[in-house]
Write a protein that binds this ligand. Sequence first.
Ligand code: C5P
Length: 247
Amino acid sequence: MTFDAHPRSSLIVALDFDSLSAALRFAQKISDLVGMFKIGSQLFSSAGPEAVKQIAALGNSIFLDLKFHDIPNTVAGAVLSSAAMPGVQLVNVHALGGTAMLEAAVQAVSAGVPMGADRTRLIAVTILTSMDNKAMREAGIAGTPLSQAVKLARLAKTCGVDGVVASVQEAKAIRKACGRDFLIVTPGVRPAEKSAGKKKDDQARTATPAQAIKAGADYIVVGRPIIAAEDPRAAAQAVVDEIASAK
Ligand code: C5P
């Protein structure tokens, strides 16, 4: 993967729209200000691979955030098809799928790529940023989000996965446990002026863009603070400025 040094390359904007026309109209407005666009289950469920094709045509790379979690054979097929779509630079699975599933996904993401060629990177979701201690206990997951996220990041790394999705609160410990080359993508990011206990939406573990970069994130994912902003260009630029100030 090629990193350009500009701070905007660390910003991934989540296109959580339910129609491709709305997503495309929005993406066109801010495509020059951001690094990647994230297409998640909401947009993909309504518009499918056509969404990837049309958004990628704007020139930005795509994070296809479909968080696969199934038996190894099914996940391998899904990862293979995802990586073959135009412009897809990041795809992901749930680390909770376990070793066999993660290894199958790792093999699939490298399949069909000529030696030395740039390839799609595979990342694993650790613990959803919408979950807190109580939600973990209710779901029967032991430990804290921090201890589990670090454990799952180590597992993903052992299986050959390129990195993880985790909250900013876990980024530092994951960086320490998994090393500099392991990718860390952090959602649950809320710009400085919106933090201070204000708009967290359904995210339980939030932090500012500057905190995310300082904690070691390679990429930050921002959705509603930009897509629901009155002035999305100003909101995106403010996040990029905050990233720049933290680098
Ligand atoms: O609107 P908001 O900034 O909260 O959007 C965050 C985006 O990141 C959503 O698209 C969500 O699906 C995604 N995401 C997340 N937590 C994860 C993985 C992905 O919030 N662990």
